[in-house]
Design a protein around this ligand. Structure first.
Ligand SMILES: C[S@@+](CC[C@H](N)C(=O)[O-])C[C@H]1O[C@@H](n2cnc3c(N)ncnc32)[C@H](O)[C@@H]1O
Length: 212
């Protein structure tokens, strides 16, 4: 928790991109999500991808631990947001965006029921020991049949301590083995990140549907 708060406080947000994620733009249409569906974006940061999703006609529901990130998103999008205290979270909203400020693991199904979800740099930000619990949160917070787009990042884990933690294709298959249909859409090899000592880096994209 302190780790992420410090990253935002010290402006160490190297994961943030000033453009839409190209895998999102390329693959989201294949999920066939209706325009007025609501899309869950766990560990959303101040991602511009939320704006892209909103431009497709979706309502966007972000979950974010650090208040600075939530403020930065609305400020950079030049939106005034209304705040409401919930028991475990603070809800910030400015339609079509709602961001719940708090821990992804304490969101209850009564608070969120999404039709679809988008994960870029979310699961890979969590320690490996929390991954299955994260999958259970995705199951709980989405409706039956909900589809998600997952973008991974993988490298030989011994090359670096995370985050980001390496998420290999086999991990995805194993983590979503029960009650989900997992479809691999694409894998791209990424440039070696020599400054971080990383080689054999790749990113995969999966379409994942909740079956029950
Ligand atoms: C690597 S960043 C990715 C942000 C965003 N998905 C993007 O692509 O720009 C991970 C984000 O998750 C947030 N985070 C970390 N742990 C969290 C938790 N338990 N609940 C909610 N958000 C969390 C961090 O504050 C950070 O903004």
């Amino acid at each position: 928790m302190e780790f992420w708060k410090n990253r935002w406080k010290n402006n160490q947000t190297g994961w943030h991109r000033e453009e839409y994620n190209e895998m999102l733009v390329k693959h989201w249409p294949s999920l066939n999500i209706g325009a007025n569906c609501n899309v869950l974006v766990p560990l959303c940061g101040k991602s511009l991808d939320m704006r892209w999703l909103a431009e497709q006609g979706h309502s966007v529901l972000g979950l974010e631990l650090v208040e600075e990130a939530v403020h930065a998103f609305f400020q950079e999008q030049k939106l005034d947001s209304k705040q409401m205290n919930l028991i475990s979270h603070v809800q910030h909203s400015s339609p079509p965006y709602t961001i719940l400020h708090g821990d992804v693991f304490t969101v209850k199904s009564e608070m969120v029921q999404a039709d679809a979800w988008y994960d870029r740099a979310a699961m890979i930000a969590l320690p490996v020991s929390k991954r299955q619990e994260y999958v259970e949160q995705l199951r709980k917070l989405t409706s039956n049949g909900a589809c998600g787009l997952l973008i991974t990042f993988a490298y030989p884990q011994q090359q670096m301590e995370g985050p980001p933690f390496a998420l290999h294709d086999a991990d995805v298959i194993r983590l979503f083995a029960n009650g989900f249909k997992v479809e691999h859409l694409e894998t791209v090899q990424l440039e070696d990140e020599k400054d971080r000592g990383l080689s054999d880096v790749y990113s995969s994209v999966f379409k994942i549907q909740r079956l029950e």
